[in-house]
Design a protein. Structure first.
Length: 295
């Protein structure tokens, strides 16, 4: 029975740390995985790698291997055999067929599926209208390690907000040793809207109104993410005053509201008649908005 140099299989020195072992395994598993590798004898090398990893990742098995493996021939002549019980991780996904391993550890292990499939992370940009209504977006991503790309259709739920993550199960890196593929996590970025600002589920709109609409009151058409609605401006409204449209924000378990900040837009007089009208207003309605600012 030939001695197996597990350190050589993984390209490691004998003083390699546990972190070194894990990093080497992840790197080589991607290289020799039978589903994606173009290396010659990839399947056999993948089996050897898996066996080496099972030993070197486990401190107890590694100690046994270091103690006896180098003097394997001598131990064989001396009649060494393991008294360890055979072991099984409970998985049925993969089995090593190594007499060396069996003789050293007293049983053929069933390799625990190791999820080497990486989770991928990316960003998906959507408009505020898409965040409000929900949407289906097409996303181009690389397919495993084959260098090809594939198109995924991503469902954007209504009410999604910037910073929220969407998980696409099984769309990440390929799994190793029968393990599952990783997942793809998309961080949503909602583009700024020309009219609306968003905080949590609430939507904010600055609405310009004329002085006479604010003073006399009016019913005006206001845009919302769900479409235009009529809003009643109370008589005597002031600039900076906030009105609210209930449940006109982003949808959700608790729908948000739309908050409307009134901003009085002052028309500029461009004719003599217009200037005369302002002078008449000043005479008819004397008003000092800074009166309470006196020290």
């Amino acid at each position: 029975m030939n001695y197996k140099d597990y350190y050589k299989v993984m390209g490691l020195s004998k003083d390699a740390s546990e972190k070194d072992v894990k990093m080497a395994y992840r790197k080589l598993a991607r290289k020799y995985h039978p589903d994606i590798s173009k290396e010659p004898n990839a399947e056999e090398k993948f089996k050897e790698l898996g066996e080496a990893y099972e030993v070197l990742k486990d401190p107890a098995k590694r100690k046994t291997y270091d103690q006896y493996a180098q003097d394997w021939d001598l131990n064989q002549k001396a009649g060494y055999s393991s008294t360890k019980d055979s072991w099984d991780t409970g998985s049925t996904s993969y089995q090593f067929n190594s007499d060396f391993f069996e003789s050293l550890f007293g049983g053929r292990p069933m390799h625990e599926p190791h999820r080497a499939g990486e989770d991928y992370h990316s960003t998906i940009r959507i408009s505020l209208d898409e965040a409000y209504h929900g949407a289906v977006k097409s996303l181009q991503i690389p397919a495993s390690a084959r260098g090809k790309s594939q198109t995924l259709r991503v469902k954007i739920p209504a009410g999604v907000k910037s910073g929220q993550k969407i998980r696409l199960a099984g769309q990440g890196g390929a799994g190793m040793a029968g393990g599952p593929r990783g997942d793809l996590y998309l961080t949503v970025h909602v583009d700024k809207h020309p009219l609306f600002d968003v905080k949590e589920n609430d939507v904010y709109l600055t609405l310009p109104v004329t002085p006479w609409e604010a003073a006399l009151g009016a019913t005006i058409t206001v845009p919302t993410l769900g479409g235009n609605v009529d809003l009643k401006i109370p008589p005597g409204s002031q600039g900076g005053q906030t009105l609210r449209l209930k449940k006109r924000g982003l949808p959700g378990a608790t729908p948000g509201d739309q908050h409307i900040l009134l901003k009085i837009a002052i028309p500029q007089p461009t004719t003599d008649e217009g200037k005369a009208l302002y002078k008449k207003m000043a005479e008819e309605m004397p008003f000092n908005p800074r009166e309470k600012m006196r020290v």
